[in-house]
Design a protein around this ligand. Structure first.
Ligand code: FES
Ligand SMILES: [Fe+2]
Length: 460
């Protein structure tokens, strides 16, 4: 194991305890609200892993920009005059003031409000007030430009940045999660686009709790979301865990699919999308495993480590029209110990008209928006973990969370031997395997172990 740095030394003893607990499929409560753990996460995870920062459809034109975060750092994601995408630290090189104060816009320049140093949207320093009196000659535009993320790459229009100049490429890092992403958003020419800016809201929750929920928690649906069945928005929730399929991929990524054609109707292929939508899909390049997945067991939720998740579900239309399939990508932004900001983007197919896109957006907000009927259930439930983690009583009692669903179950949870796709697939939602996979990778990365094989799902 690589030693962790002095800043994270306080977390070392706790990580040893996490390792011992994980051997018994348990997770100590402290990691959900602890200053040392949080600082170590920011340093070990968010400066090393590929982190999602924007979708290309948010910055289609030269000069477009959005302000985002990588861990705690504000970054500006820009489209420069040559069409390139830049991920720039939003700290002025003179005294660190944020040079971009708005969430999104279009600008060729970012002028620091403090003393006026001005940067091009490719990050170069291009202006310094009172140049001759202050500096005599022009400052080197590259040397004194905004500090850039060393690596930026895209997949299906999703822009990721890595603050680590070394390590796996984005495609290597995504592995099986990239395979899934291609299926989720890449079936139609042009793919998907954002339906609008992300909605953002603060939660008293830990980012890992949200990420693990989307990585594998099919078990909560029949209980936490039961009210949605009572008001006839959903049905069959009690069988959702049994009909789930789970996928674990290298680098801590994990997804759930649902066997809709088996559970709902044999004709309920391709997530249950209407023919008006599926007529745009091109399945000609898919292999046998991909065809089986999209038709019969399509991914419904998933987490790309560390903090990007997605959900695609079929929901009643707010307008009273036919069922509508919505797609939301969400990012669990760490704010502080036990605190996150949830960033939620509704996605629509690029071929959709503005009316269709608006309907999809509204339907998505109705289920998974800040006031969404499912979202409110989840976000309240997640607030318990950081509260317990702050409790001296619970810490003293050695509280650990129970992830032992795989130990004595009567259900076959073993990996499917006939699976020919990437990673591991299991034919049940029981077992909490995706969550354990997520936490085992979390521990690896917290200890500085970020090789492509960590997690062992694809290379095992
Ligand atoms: S801090 Fe930006 S110009 Fe001085
Ligand atoms: Fe949920």
């Amino acid at each position: 194991m690589t030693a962790i740095s002095p800043e994270t030394a306080d977390a070392a003893a706790l990580l040893d305890r996490v390792e011992a607990s994980l051997k018994n499929d348990l997770v100590p409560v402290e990691i959900f609200n602890d200053t040392a753990v949080f600082r170590a996460e920011i340093e070990q995870i968010f400066t090393k892993c590929w982190v999602f920062v924007a979708h290309e459809s948010e910055i289609p034109k030269a000069g477009d920009f959005v302000q985002r975060r990588i861990g705690l750092d504000p970054v500006i994601v820009t489209r420069d005059g040559k069409g390139g995408i830049n991920v720039l630290s939003n700290y002025c090189r003179h005294r660190g003031t944020q040079v971009c104060q708005t969430d999104a816009g279009n600008s060729r320049f970012f002028k620091c409000p403090y003393h006026g140093w001005t940067y091009s949207n490719n990050g170069d320093l291009v202006g310094t007030p009172h140049l001759h009196d202050a500096y005599g000659e022009r400052l080197d535009p590259k040397a004194w430009g905004l500090i850039r993320a060393p690596r930026v790459a895209t997949r299906q229009g999703f822009v990721f940045a890595s603050l680590d100049p070394d390590g796996p490429s984005l495609d290597e890092y995504l592995g099986g999660a990239g395979w899934m992403l291609d299926l989720i958003v890449g079936l139609a020419p042009g793919g998907m686009r954002v339906a609008g800016p992300p909605e953002r809201y603060r939660l008293h929750a830990d980012w890992k709790t949200a990420a693990e929920n989307f990585a594998g928690d099919g078990y909560h649906i029949g209980t936490l979301h039961e009210s949605t069945e009572e008001v006839a928005i959903a049905q069959g929730l009690q069988m959702m865990c049994a009909m789930a399929r789970t996928y674990e991929f290298d680098n801590g990524h994990a997804f759930i699919g649902h066997a809709w054609t088996k559970a709902v109707h044999p004709g309920y292929v391709l997530w249950g999308y209407a023919p008006e939508i599926t007529q745009h899909f091109d399945l000609s390049g898919l292999d046998e495993a991909q065809l089986h997945v999209v038709n019969h067991e399509p991914p419904t939720v998933g987490t790309i480590f560390p903090n990007l998740s997605f959900i695609r579900v079929n929901t009643p239309s707010v307008s009273g029209g036919p069922l509508s399939v919505i797609t939301s990508f969400r990012q669990w932004q760490p704010i502080g110990p036990g605190e996150i900001e949830l960033w939620n983007w509704q996605f629509v197919w690029d071929f959709m008209s503005e009316d269709e896109a608006r309907d999809s957006y509204v339907n998505g907000q109705f289920t998974f928006g800040s006031a969404g009927i499912f979202e409110q259930d989840d976000t309240v439930a997640w607030e318990g973990a950081p509260r317990a983690a702050q409790s001296p009583w619970m810490r003293k009692a050695g509280m650990e969370f129970h992830f032992q669903q795989g130990n004595n179950s009567q259900v076959d949870q073993s990996p499917d031997p006939s699976w020919t796709g990437p990673g591991r697939k299991r034919n049940t939602g029981y077992g909490e395997h995706g969550q354990l996979h997520f936490y085992r990778h979390w521990l690896n990365v917290m200890r500085g172990n970020t090789g492509p094989g960590t997690g062992g799902a694809e290379s095992a």
